[in-house]
Design a protein around this ligand. Structure first.
Ligand code: NOJ
Length: 737
């Protein structure tokens, strides 16, 4: 259907809708909270969308909307399928967005999106609340794992890939779903990384740093946007027409619909206190440009009343409904209310293989003094709770972690933990593998343990919680046991990290040191003087300065998905040559935060006097089993082409991620010390040299000026090309534009 035909259909339908039906179309009902009966009532009223409902329950809602609502407008079902269709127990589970970003490969994101779309669609659903385009710059924030890291450009390229993957070539294909760029905007930039509070943004800064990844979502045709909880200079984004209309629609060119985040409309009165009642909150939200209100069911009555009382123009509702119906027609929801997907594809072999490949691509080797790859080992000791904890390996937003799932639900095979990966690889290499948990990643306080292990409780709810907690009890610390298990090994692999209780919404951390006795465990194992590799299975960079200095090898796996553990073991044994690069900085200390490579200059002293100047690992760092060298940087300023010779100086094939940064020497606003503007992956055989050429664009050197306009200012620039964001890894040339 052409755009014109769609618009005609939208207008014809809108003309038939009553005020009540328009208000209902703007409501998104949380099935798990509302329950079945209430959800069906909303379907009859003509609610526009439901979230968190799967399978037959979703089908029943859809049939009710089609047959029992006056106009039979189909509903859209949304779900948080953010690294695979993870809330479905059988789905393929991919690495988290952060882990996926270690690949520096938009094709990996696209494949993850494609597979997820097929599985979500096969469940009859239409829409995923993904990707997160927020930047992870202050890693105390609980949701760092959901981001593509700290950089606007890398995040934008990964965003572009995943949105293309979700939406495919056409929204009406049976296996395409709607993407949702979230949380627009600045959610990761809240003061002190405190989930959902006010941001330290101005509109200029918003446009320069935070809009770009969202712009890439728009460029990829992203059909929906979700707003952020936070605020800008005291104005909640939910109530800010400049953010939602001027910037998003007029400047960025977005033409889909906007959904609020969870109860944002209600929060205007219950958390942000800029509305005295739900009527005011509803008027503010609707007028600002929120087309659909997630979970704020009271919006319905309040909006109807506000229109009747003359406090809200019905045209505001018309616009919102227009946006929603346009997307519904674009995806041919009226012709095909239920997505067909590809029957039998959920968790199929092909999809699992894709998750496995993504897991391999996310493995990032950060240090290796020759301990890896493992060779001629007779016994490998794998130590650490996270080496055998599938919940930590999966990370957030899977059926094991989502608050609405039963926490006691057993993990469904197939998956391979790090321990199991080493068992497989050791067997293949004729070596013995021993495992010991060593200590709890996050031990419980003694009084909680006493309660959990105590007598049966009279209150059935409390007893249920006790029983669930019992099943999820962290193991007891036993460092001597781990040392005994490891003492005659040829290699030790210690897995450290965090658990699902230490990240996610509502779970910001002030201290990113390894929790519990993990450092004591490390030191005890280090004292054995056996080659020691440390693996991080975590949601974010943790403070591992001492480990970085004294371990023999360091691998970052983050939340690697169902085969993340196998990928770690294969990388350690050299089955493949790891090629991940950090999309995010590892701080030297929690007090160093926020720390990111593209900071603004001007800090007197450039450091906290009691902390190191540099982070432990910088953005872009990562290595494989072959070193790369760079030579002959040539830049043609007129054609804006840059080329460099990259050589694999090792004896195994390897993949280098060639990174291009720029710095604007003098500008009307302060520019970052360095900004990534391009990158590419290059496969190189041992000894091979390739000339890598980048075609840059003038806008790669642009800035957002004080008038909030993106422009290119003439002047001198530095161009850097090399292996990571560290100065010592980069060749440099200066030119005038
Ligand atoms: C709140 C979260 O902030 C958002 O990311 C998610 O998509 C919605 N809840 C729906 O679950």
């Amino acid at each position: 259907m052409s755009n014109e035909q769609i618009q005609q259909k939208v207008e014809a339908l809108l003309a038939q809708m009553t005020l009540e039906e328009k208000a209902a179309q703007m409501v998104q009902v949380p099935y798990t909270v509302a329950g079945r009966e209430e959800s069906l009532r909303w379907a009859r009223l003509g609610a526009g969308s439901f979230l968190h409902v799967l399978g037959d329950d979703a089908r029943e809602v859809q049939q009710t909307a089609l047959k029992e609502s006056r106009l039979g407008i189909p509903v859209i079902f949304g779900i948080d399928a953010i690294h695979g269709h993870g809330l479905n127990q059988d789905a393929a589970i991919f690495p988290s967005q952060l882990a996926c970003a270690c690949s520096w490969d938009p094709a990996v994101a696209e494949e993850m999106g494609r597979v997820t779309a097929r599985e979500v669609a096969t469940d009859g659903l239409h829409w995923t609340f993904s990707p997160v385009c927020c930047l992870g710059r202050d890693t105390r924030w609980g949701r760092i794992d959901e981001t593509f890291g700290e950089d606007p450009y890398l995040s934008g390229e990964m965003t572009y890939g995943i949105v293309r993957g979700y939406q495919g070539d056409s929204l009406d294909a049976p296996d395409s779903i709607l993407a949702c760029a979230k949380h627009y905007i600045g959610y990761g930039e809240a003061v002190g990384a405190r989930d959902a509070v006010d941001t330290q943004m101005t509109y200029r800064k918003m446009k320069e740093v935070f809009v770009p990844p969202f712009q890439r979502a728009v460029d990829a045709g992203c059909a929906t946007f979700m707003t952020a909880y936070g605020s800008i200079d005291g104005t909640p984004f939910t109530a800010d027409p400049k953010t939602m209309k001027t910037i998003l629609r007029d400047e960025m060119g977005f033409d889909g619909f906007v959904v609020t985040d969870w109860n944002n409309c209600q929060s205007l009165l219950t958390q942000q206190f800029v509305a005295a009642d739900i009527g005011e909150a509803s008027i503010l939200s609707a007028e600002a440009g929120n087309d659909m209100m997630m979970t704020t069911l009271d919006f319905y009555d309040a909006a109807i009343r506000a229109v009747r009382e003359g406090r809200l123009d019905e045209k505001v509702l018309d616009d919102a409904v227009r946006h929603i119906l346009t997307v519904k027609f674009r995806m041919d929801l009226f012709g095909k209310p239920e997505k067909a997907g590809i029957p039998g594809c959920i968790g199929c072999e092909e999809h699992r293989q894709a998750a496995y490949r993504a897991g391999q691509r996310s493995i990032t080797l950060l240090k290796n003094n020759g301990a890896l790859p493992l060779r001629d080992v007779k016994k490998v000791a794998v130590i650490g709770q996270n080496a055998d904890d599938i919940q930590s390996q999966y990370g957030d937003w899977t059926y094991l972690t989502h608050p609405n799932s039963e926490t006691a639900r057993p993990p469904r095979r197939p998956y391979v933990t790090v321990k199991e990966g080493f068992e497989q690889l050791c067997e293949a290499h004729g070596a013995q593998c021993v495992y010991h948990h060593g200590c709890a990643v996050r031990p419980l306080p003694p009084e909680v343990i006493a309660m959990i292990e105590g007598p049966v409780l009279a209150d059935p709810v409390a007893e249920n919680i006790r029983q669930q907690s019992m099943r999820r009890m962290p193991p007891r610390d036993d460092i001597p046991g781990a040392v005994a298990a490891a003492k005659d090994a040829d290699a030790i692999v210690l897995v450290v990290g965090d658990t699902i209780d230490q990240h996610g919404e509502y779970k910001d951390r002030g201290n990113l040191d390894l929790s519990g006795e993990q450092m004591a465990l490390y030191r005890a194992l280090r004292a054995l003087n056996i080659p020691l590799t440390v693996v991080l299975v975590s949601s974010k960079p943790l403070c591992i300065g001492e480990i970085a200095e004294t371990a023999d090898a360091v691998i970052v796996a983050f939340n690697g998905g169902q085969y993340g553990g196998l990928a770690v073991a294969e990388a350690a044994f050299g089955v493949f040559n790891p090629s991940g690069r950090l999309p995010i900085t590892f701080p030297a200390h929690s007090g160093q935060l926020p720390v990111y490579y593209n900071s603004l200059p001007g800090w007197h002293g450039g450091r906290y006097m009691d902390l190191p100047r540099t982070p432990v690992y910088a953005f872009g760092e990562g290595m494989g089993y072959a070193p790369f060298s760079y030579a002959n940087l040539v830049f043609d300023a007129a054609a804006l082409t840059a080329s460099v010779d990259v050589t694999n100086a090792g004896d195994v094939p390897g993949t280098e991620v060639v990174q291009v940064y720029m710095h604007d020497l003098v500008a009307s606003v302060i520019r970052p010390v360095k900004q990534l503007i391009a990158f590419t992956r290059v496969d190189l055989a041992p000894g091979e040299t390739k000339t890598v050429t980048f075609r840059l664009r003038r806008e790669d050197f642009s800035l957002v000026n004080r008038e909030e306009k993106r422009i290119v200012e003439p002047g001198e620039f530095d161009l850097f090309i090399g292996h990571s964001s560290r100065d010592e890894d980069l060749l440099r040339t200066r030119f005038a534009l």
